[in-house]
Design a protein around this ligand. Structure first.
Ligand code: FMN
Length: 352
């Protein structure tokens, strides 16, 4: 209710400015004596039944923040205080880059959908490493999502990813290879077996940390399954499905700047692809579902379909920070209804 009213004010600001204001507000709250701890306890659902061990790390609950919200890793503590079980920072590239020219971000409020053509705007690897070094070890699991610079040609892309892996493997609970953003020209062309085979083989020689592949929702089910299975065979520790979609038929009036759609209109498309992937890969690797998750029921559906973890991004903008608590307490209620003792009993229960 409070957020519903606050939203009206937030939406008066251009989306990137609103994001910055939100970040600064959270920072002030985090640092104010007692306020940070009180805020965190208000948002957090602490319950043993939500806990899981994955990637040699404890996840206190299965709800994480999707990549792109905290591109530079400047909000790690603040995100934990929102009640999330984990976060994924990035996408970070080796060199800093500005991203695409504005306008590049739009809220389709009625459709609870975000259209973004950001283009990996971020402060670069060195900048992020110096910052997160000071916070390490983190108080909850932190994934690091990596991407190539726009100026790096396709035949040199592998070097960008390997450099990023070498620089961040120490800090990351898991790493994510992002070759599924629609906003870096030709990036999605790297979603092929030759690139993935070489990348994961070389990456595994450099780190024992888990590396996951994030895929686009616009692939056919058949190619997504083929590519993901191949990635797992080549050494990937999991699949994150999905990134944003370029299927503009899903929205009434897409903005001319293009980019990817996320939120409500992505929900069914993302679930359908995830479900097809899980049919093949559940039990063989770790699966994370993202795309249109905006309620406990939706998160629960993803867990039952085979997701060990879910992520949210757009729904946080439309529903506000109370969403995380709502999802976690809702999952517990649904577990009680269905007689599940632990989250791990829910995961993949539809596949058994
Ligand atoms: C503004 C914006 C920026 C994003 N940036 C990234 C990014 O840098 N890297 C990435 O892997 N995904 C990025 N995403 C995609 C999200 O992580 C997520 O996969 C997608 O939004 C679907 O989830 P949602 O429907 O809950 O938003 C971005 C999404 C949005 C809305």
């Amino acid at each position: 209710m409070i957020y519903k009213n606050l939203r009206k004010v937030i939406y008066k600001f251009e989306p990137e400015m609103a994001h910055l204001l939100g970040e600064n507000f959270m920072k002030v709250l985090e640092r104010a004596p007692f306020a940070g701890a009180i805020w965190r306890s208000l948002n957090t659902v602490s319950d043993e039944r939500l806990k899981q061990n994955l990637f040699n790390t404890t996840f206190n609950n299965p709800v994480g923040l999707g990549a792109g919200f905290d591109k530079n890793g400047t909000m790690i503590r603040e995100i934990r205080s929102l009640g999330f079980g984990f976060t994924e920072i990035g996408t970070v590239t080796p060199l800093p880059q500005d991203g695409n020219p504005k306008p590049r971000l739009h809220r389709h409020i009625e459709e609870e959908t975000i259209q973004n053509a950001m283009g990996f705007n971020n402060g670069g690897m060195e900048n992020m490493r110096k910052r997160i070094e000071k916070l390490y070890p983190f108080k909850f699991p932190v994934g690091i999502n990596i991407g190539k610079n726009k100026v790096t040609p396709e035949d040199k892309a592998i070097e960008d990813y390997l450099t990023l892996i070498e620089n961040f493997e120490k800090f990351a609970s898991y790493l994510v290879v992002n070759i599924s953003s629609p906003n870096t020209p030709n990036l999605r062309d790297l979603q092929n077996e030759a690139f993935i085979g070489e990348l994961f083989t070389k990456a595994k020689e450099r780190t024992s940390k888990p590396i996951l592949l994030k895929i686009a929702p616009d692939m056919s089910e058949e190619s997504a399954i083929e590519l993901s299975s191949f990635a797992v065979k080549s050494g990937a520790s999991g699949i994150i499905a999905t990134n944003t979609t370029i299927d503009y038929s899903l929205i009434s009036s897409p903005r001319a700047f293009g980019g990817g759609l996320s939120g409500k209109v992505l929900r069914e498309k993302s679930f359908k692809l995830f479900d097809a992937l899980a049919e093949e890969l559940y039990g063989k690797t770790t699966l994370i579902s993202v795309g249109g998750v905006d309620s406990a029921e939706e998160a629960y559906r993803r867990l039952k379909a085979g997701a060990s973890l879910v992520q949210v991004y757009s729904a946080l903008v439309f529903k506000g920070p109370s969403l995380v608590k709502e999802i976690n307490s809702g999952i517990l209620k649904l577990m009680r209804r269905d007689g599940f003792g632990e989250t791990s009993d829910v995961i993949g229960s539809d596949r058994k």
